[in-house]
Every structure is written in C-alpha cells, then in structure tokens.
Design a protein around this ligand. Structure first.
Ligand code: ADP
Ligand code: ZN
Length: 209
C-alpha cells in the first residue's frame, strides 16, 4: 500500500569536541539539500565571528553562507517560513530557547540540522546540547584526533588560563584530547603557577628593600 504523506519534520544533531568535523558534516548535509533544490537557511551565533560573520567556515576551510543570530528569538524572526531545511552551527551558544524552537520547526515539517559542542572545557555537558540530543530524531557523535597521542579524542582542551565558560578561540587556544590526555584543570594549574610566581616575585622585591 502506498500512502502519500506530507513532509515529516526531523531533527538531526552532530556533536563532539572542537576539530571533530562537526562544521564539515553540517556543511556537507546542507550542500546536499541545496543540490536537491530544497530551500535552506543557515544560522550561527554572533559570538563566533572568528573567521567570518556571513559564512560558516570549517577548520579545513569548507564554507557555506550563513546568518548570525544571538538567540532563538532572533533566529525565529529571521526565518523565511518557506524554508524547508534549517542548519544551525555552534548551537551551544544560542541558549535554552533553541530547544523549544527546533521542536516546533520539526513539528511543522521542517528538517533541522544542528551542530554543537557536547562538552565544555571542563568536560561537563554543554547546555543546551544535552536537551537538543534528547529531542533529536537522529544523533551523530564525532571524534577528533588527540594532539598528544593520536588516539580518538572526545575532549576539547583549553590551553589558556581562564575560568570563563566561553573563550572564543583562535588557533592555539584549544586542542582536541583523548580521555587519557585530557587535563581539565590545566587552566587552573596555570593560574595557580602564575599567582605563585607573582607572589614569589613580590617576595623577592620585598626582600630587596
Ligand atoms: P569542528 O566544527 O568539529 O570544530 P571542523 O569541521 O571545523 O570541526 O574541522 C574539522 C577539520 O579540522 C578536520 O577535517 C581536519 O582537517 C582539521 N583538524 C585540525 N586538527 C584536528 C584534530 N586534532 N583532529 C581532527 N581534525 C583536525
Ligand atoms: Zn591522547
């Protein structure tokens, strides 16, 4: 029996650490939708303007045109309701409101493809990615290559001292690490070392006087 149904909505999430190929995979899926002549719109948070504010650019230099938004409300405002496929990169920076929005879009029959970091620099779930994974129809978890030992890497290692959740990174601020090589406290260790060095410097100065 061949029953014709209307288009069914769908949520796909691609997650993993930095350098795992999330943007590449997002761009590949969106290109294929464009080749299929579907109406595509692509969004990324305004926070991530490392390379470009009107393109998503992968670390391997693949790129696709995109629009910058600050949160779910702005994304919704920018949506053309004829759009059939919606791509979202760096979804972890768009706030909790994105979860409800993508569910509504999928319920309306749209295909939503989301990429984002599943864990933060301390290895903790990076909200709202866990919620997006829960409402997704399909999930892909990508791994990078550990820059210390070459094993598959699930972690994003921060290389600079900072307690901020978001430090938008240029090259050299983050690298991929496997479970064994991941050092979540490296930033704190560096801070402590700097504080100790500064204190010792002060001590030496005091000694001089
Ligand atoms: P993500 O969006 O997950 O940060 P990208 O799609 O932007 O990743 O970049 C993936 C590309 O980065 C790879 O195809 C490879 O060319 C490059 N790359 C650089 N460092 C690494 C690494 N440690 N592991 C894997 N790929 C890496
Ligand atoms: Zn390793």
């Amino acid at each position: 029996m061949n029953i014709t149904k209307g288009s069914i909505g769908w949520i796909e999430v691609v997650c993993g650490p930095m350098f795992s190929g999330k943007s590449e995979e997002l761009i590949r899926r969106l290109r294929r939708a464009e080749i299929a002549r579907q109406r595509v719109q692509i969004f990324k948070p305004g926070i991530d303007q490392r390379y470009s504010d009107d393109h998503i650019i992968s670390h391997s230099d693949f790129k696709i045109q995109s629009e910058c938004v600050k949160d779910a409300a702005e994304l919704e405002k920018r949506l053309d309701w004829r759009t059939e496929v919606i791509g979202i990169d760096e979804a972890q920076f768009l706030g909790e409101g994105i979860v409800d929005l993508v569910v509504r879009l999928a319920d309306m029959g749209k295909r939503v493809i989301i990429a984002g970091l599943d864990t933060d620099y301390l290895g903790r779930p990076f909200h709202p990615m866990p919620e997006l994974l829960a409402v997704a129809d399909e999930i892909s978890k990508a791994l990078a290559i550990c820059m210390q030992c070459g094993n598959p890497a699930k972690h994003t290692q921060r290389l600079v001292a900072s307690d901020e959740l978001v430090v938008v990174g240029a090259a050299g601020m983050y690298e991929a690490r496997c479970r064994r090589c991941f050092e979540p406290n490296i930033a704190n260790l560096q801070k402590r070392e700097q504080a100790t060095a500064a204190a010792m410097g002060r001590g030496a100065e005091n000694g001089k006087h």
